[in-house]
Ligand binder design. Sequence first.
Ligand SMILES: Nc1ncnc2c1ncn2[C@@H]1O[C@H](COP(=O)(O)OP(=O)(O)OP(=O)(O)O)[C@@H](O)[C@H]1O
Ligand SMILES: [Mg+2]
Length: 401
Amino acid sequence: MAEPGAEVAQIAQLATSGERMVERLRKQAFLPDRRKVLNLRFGITEAAQLLGCSPNRIRAAEEDGRLSPPPEGSTGRRLGYGIEDILHMREVLAASPRRGPKDHAAIIAVQNFKGGVGKSTITTHLAHYLAIQGYRVLVVDCDSQATTTTLFGFNPHFQIPQEATLYPYLALEATRDDLEYAIHRTPWPNVDLIPSCLQLFDVEYELAAAGATGESVISARFRKLREGLRNAGENYDVIILDPPPALGTISLAVMQAATSILVPLAATTPDFCSTVQFLSMMSQVLAQLREVGFETNYDFVRIICSRHDVNDPSQSMVLKVMEEAFGATLLPNAVLDSAEISHAALRMMTVYELEKPIGTARTHKRCRGNLDEVMAQVEHLIRRPWHRAQPASPEERLNVA
Ligand SMILES: Nc1ncnc2c1ncn2[C@@H]1O[C@H](COP(=O)(O)OP(=O)(O)OP(=O)(O)O)[C@@H](O)[C@H]1O
Ligand SMILES: [Mg+2]
């Protein structure tokens, strides 16, 4: 018979060996630097498309010295523009899509209490899509599983202490009054991250155990998160929140701090049923929050199909059911199930970070095109409350320049 406590020790061993493996995967993914770096390069045609102008306009600005030409390789071949170059180009050619000074940053919660529905995948792909379009983005990992933190190249276990997460801001004995301390740079020049690690979960324990004073502490933390994110939003166009897949204090705080909600789910029956339950729970929770003075007025609430395998007829049927049940709240385009997304995740990347296809060029192009289409739907919703409802047309941009 096994020693008493042997199974418990075995679980600890499994955790240690798993943690070592995570670190090995991370190091393999980021070789040779062991630190995640972004090596994206855009050709002049792609850059012009992103800016909404002609390649000639970029060439002209390079010739008259307003822009420096893209770096050349040792053979004298143009290497293409990096993301910093594109951002600089947007400034010089007045082609920035950023919000106006009077507009507020969109604070989007990618939320569903069901696990594995694609919250972190949508969060990270949306962040990187918006970064390429020229927005300033803050991603807040509110989930102690820290998948999003991992996708940004950090190992939550070794590199992110509790003090670097939301914990000092939301803890029972909070030691921080604004969120500045938690904002980390990422490999993306215009995407910052508030990371997470397992110990963020202590917030849940502490607030649940706060006894009679608990309710007032929880209310205070709700207000604090809302206020902290709004203040942080002064430096960003979009804040994306990735909450845990459960109804806990952090999830509730996220729900009332957000200005918009995106509910992801895959085109499967279990996801559909759980999402219906989530929506019903959410409506009850919002009604209860309103009773105690937490008014939530969302700019948009949309359901997004995060994974649709077009080769599976049952999924197409579920998608039809979703369209019927959710109507216009369901975004018209679904994210297609793609090996490119899961292979990129294995390298701790999003598809937007890949320098070259992992699968065939066709698979990559299809996946990227589909993601652009889906994320552009969200971009449109983000811009709606802003002063200028649509990105400026090329003519408008050129007139300003
Ligand atoms: N469209 C897709 N195509 C292929 N794989 C996908 C797609 N969407 C998500 N995945 C994969 O599904 C898995 C779960 O996704 P993800 O981690 O984003 O879900 P989650 O809702 O954040 O999970 P959790 O509830 O654990 O936080 C991941 O391995 C991800 O790479
Ligand atoms: Mg997740």
